[in-house]
Design a protein around this ligand. Structure first.
Ligand SMILES: [Cu+2]
Length: 142
C-alpha cells in the first residue's frame, strides 16, 4: 500500500515539472483592475528562465488588448517619470526578470473591455526560439 502512494506522489511531481512551458517558471503575476473608462493598465510578476540557454522575448500580445509592450521606467532630471519600450528582453539561463511597479512592467494598452478583479488577462509571449508562453494573469483590485 505504501508503495502505491509513493508511485502516485512521484507521478504528480513529474506532471508538474513537465507543465513548465519552454523551461520557464512564472510567479506572482497580477494585473491591475481598471476603472470603466481607462483602457491602459500594467501587469507585474516574475519570470524565471530554467532552461540552459538565453530566452529572448520577441513578441507579446493579448486577445483582450490592442497593444502589449514591455516598458522600463526611469525618472529624468526634472523628476518626470518616463517609460521606454523594451523591444527585446533577454533572460540569461538561470536568471529571472521581475516586472514591478516603478520598474520593468508589462504595459497593457487599448483594452477592449475593462478588467475587473477576479477576471483574467491572457498574455501571449513569443520567444526568439522555443515554445510560446500563454499566461492567464489574475486581475487584482487597485
Ligand atoms: Cu508603461
Amino acid at each position: 500500500m505504501k508503495y502505491i502512494i509513493y508511485v502516485l506522489y512521484f507521478l504528480t511531481i513529474c506532471t508538474a515539472a513537465s507543465g513548465d512551458e519552454a523551461g520557464l517558471k512564472t510567479t506572482d503575476f497580477y494585473v491591475r483592475e481598471t476603472p470603466p473608462t481607462i483602457k491602459t493598465t500594467a501587469a507585474y510578476g516574475k519570470l524565471l528562465n530554467r532552461s540552459k540557454s538565453s530566452l529572448i522575448i520577441s513578441e507579446i500580445s493579448s486577445p483582450q488588448a490592442k497593444t502589449i509592450e514591455i516598458h522600463s521606467t526611469k525618472v529624468d532630471e526634472k523628476g518626470m517619470v518616463e517609460m521606454d519600450e523594451v523591444t527585446s528582453l533577454r533572460i540569461p539561463p538561470g536568471k529571472s526578470v521581475r516586472f514591478e511597479p516603478g520598474g520593468l512592467h508589462i504595459m497593457v494598452m487599448g483594452l477592449k473591455n475593462p478588467l475587473k478583479a477576479g477576471e483574467q488577462l491572457e498574455v501571449d509571449i513569443t520567444f526568439s526560439k522555443g515554445k510560446p508562453l500563454k499566461l492567464m494573469i489574475p486581475v487584482r483590485k487597485l
